[in-house]
Design a protein around this ligand. Structure first.
Ligand code: BES
Ligand code: MN
Ligand code: ZN
Length: 493
């Protein structure tokens, strides 16, 4: 379910404006100044724009706000949307302006008279990201929606060819984000571990190398803790390895994702209220998959490997019990005090495997790991943990440029006491205090000295019931753009 938009860029053409159908979008500066295309609309509508701009509706409105004039005389278009520009519009303001266009509806063709707004590629990105809607399971009632033909979104901008070129890698980002959002929005009866692996195998079509490791292979590798999480489910546990080889001969950078397709908590079962949200507990694996798709679509000049651990956490006669002791691929034993702290068990083995097999130059894992990170940071920021100042600095910068909230939290050996086990090397839970940090500290045990590493706890940002600037509702795809940019800055600059 990607956005039904077909974006293109054309040179400014004032003569065409009167005959354009659908909706026109014009920009006006905060003090009411119009560019030549907006002035043309104003003249054709016998000063409708001037009246708007001089009204209190406009003068008192916030920069970035949107105003719609319906069925204007003098134009074939059904509406003119006027967006009051931000004071000094940068890429973020451009993306938000694009989102305003999507919010006003994308059922009819849209022509954006981009005039004074630079960053038109960012505008087009915001437009397509906000136009996404997950409609797979709505019975269609209306003929128009049923047609599902792509709707043209045309941006009139100076140097249209350059704008189209700038948009190409951003369109690849949007495709990656949509791939992530689709995976996260899918219910767990559809997106089983098997279905997830099949959707990743289909990425071979865009040029990724994809391997699916089945239970027998995982058993052989010694991934007992990952298998322990999935053993109560009818869906077989899997690890999927996706490789993009766009760089030279150097070792790859690794992305690792938690892919719990549904988290009931297992025998330590979760309360019923809100449990349905745990269909998004594969969000980390979803982001890794989206980034890999983006890298392939834009033919990134970098070597990146994405690894996801796909399991379902169910209560069953075969399920892991609280108190069970399991051995990790690394060799350490874990006492499973709470079967609901399953994400770290999955990641422990996949992180170890990633390092053993690929010896990566760096590694980032993403996981909807703890409820505690939502208590700490809400839905505005992901929790960031790292053992490497340079890598984390570059990541935080990339996240900031993409307006994806990310906030660093500490690690430290002082927290290890909380993870002591009576009978094994380590316990899988550290009690209530600093729940996100002890989870990160658990993961750190499976990161080799010398591997630059970041753990991203995305429990609060992977999904937004209310929606944000660039997301209608539901899965956000948080992190796809930040990670794509990090890889671009780090390896392709
Ligand atoms: N998948 C959950 C974390 C989560 C909570 C994600 C809310 C998204 C929204 C994770 O597996 C979990 O259950 N964590 C426990 C850990 C606890 C048992 C130490 C938690 O956070 O309560
Ligand atoms: Mn859990
Ligand atoms: Zn979980």
């Amino acid at each position: 379910m990607t956005a039904p938009l077909e974006t293109s860029f054309v040179e400014p053409d004032a003569e065409a404006i009167a005959g354009l159908e659908g909706r026109l979008v014009a920009f006006v500066t905060p003090d009411g100044a119009m560019d030549p295309l907006a002035r043309r609309v104003d003249r054709l509508t016998r000063k409708a724009l001037t009246r708007l701009v001089e009204s209190e509706t406009f003068t008192k409105a916030k920069p970035g706000s949107s105003h719609v004039l319906a069925f204007p005389a003098g134009l074939a278009a059904e509406a003119v949307q006027v967006i009051k520009l931000a004071r000094r519009p940068g890429p973020e303001a451009a993306r938000k302006a694009g989102a305003e266009i999507a919010k006003a509806g994308v059922a009819k063709p849209v022509t954006v008279l981009a005039g004074p707004l630079g960053n038109v590629a960012d505008l087009a990105l915001g437009l397509s990201l906000r136009a996404y809607d997950f409609t797979a399971y709505r019975s269609v009632k209306d003929e128009d929606a049923a047609a599902a033909e792509p709707v043209p979104a045309t941006v009139m901008a100076k140097d249209a060819a350059a704008a189209a070129e700038a948009f190409a890698p951003l369109a690849a980002q949007a495709e990656g984000v949509f791939f992530t959002r689709d995976l996260v929005n899918e219910p767990a009866n559809v997106l089983t571990t098997t279905e997830f692996a099949e959707r990743l195998a289909a990425l071979r079509d865009v040029g990724l190398e994809v391997e699916v490791l089945e239970e027998a292979a995982l058993e052989k590798l010694g991934m007992r803790t990952l298998l322990a999480v999935g053993q109560g489910s009818e869906s077989p546990s899997k690890v999927v390895v996706m490789q993009w080889k766009g760089g030279g001969d150097e070792a790859p950078f690794a992305l690792v994702g938690k892919g719990v397709v549904f988290d009931t908590g297992g025998i330590s079962i979760k309360p019923a209220a809100g449990m349905e949200e745990m269909t998004m507990d594969m969000g980390g694996a979803g982001v890794v998959s989206g980034v890999m798709k983006t890298l392939a679509l834009r033919k990134a000049k970098a070597n990146v490997v994405g690894l996801v651990g796909l399991v379902e956490n169910m209560p069953d006669g075969k399920a892991t019990r609280p108190g069970d002791v399991v051995k990790t691929m690394k060799g350490d034993t874990v006492e499973v005090i709470n079967t609901d702290a399953e994400g770290r068990l999955v990641l422990a083995d996949v992180l170890w495997y990633a390092q053993e097999r690929f010896n990566p130059t760096g590694m980032i894992d993403l996981a909807t790991l703890t409820g505690a990170v939502i208590i700490a940071l809400g839905h505005q920021n992901a929790g960031v943990f790292s053992n490497d100042e340079e890598l984390v600095g570059a990541f935080l910068k990339a996240a900031d440029s993409e307006s994806e909230g990310a906030w660093r939290l500490p690690l430290g050996p002082a927290y290890d006491k909380q993870l002591k086990s009576r009978i094994a090397d380590i316990s899988n839970v550290g009690g209530r205090p600093a729940g996100s940090i002890t989870a990160a500290q658990f993961l750190k045990r499976f990161v080799k000295d010398g591997t630059p590493w970041i753990h991203l706890d995305i429990a609060g940002v992977a999904y937004d019931g209310k929606g944000t600037d660039l997301v209608n509702k539901g899965a956000t795809g948080w992190g796809v753009r930040a990670l794509d940019r990090l890889i671009r800055d780090k390896f392709e600059a």
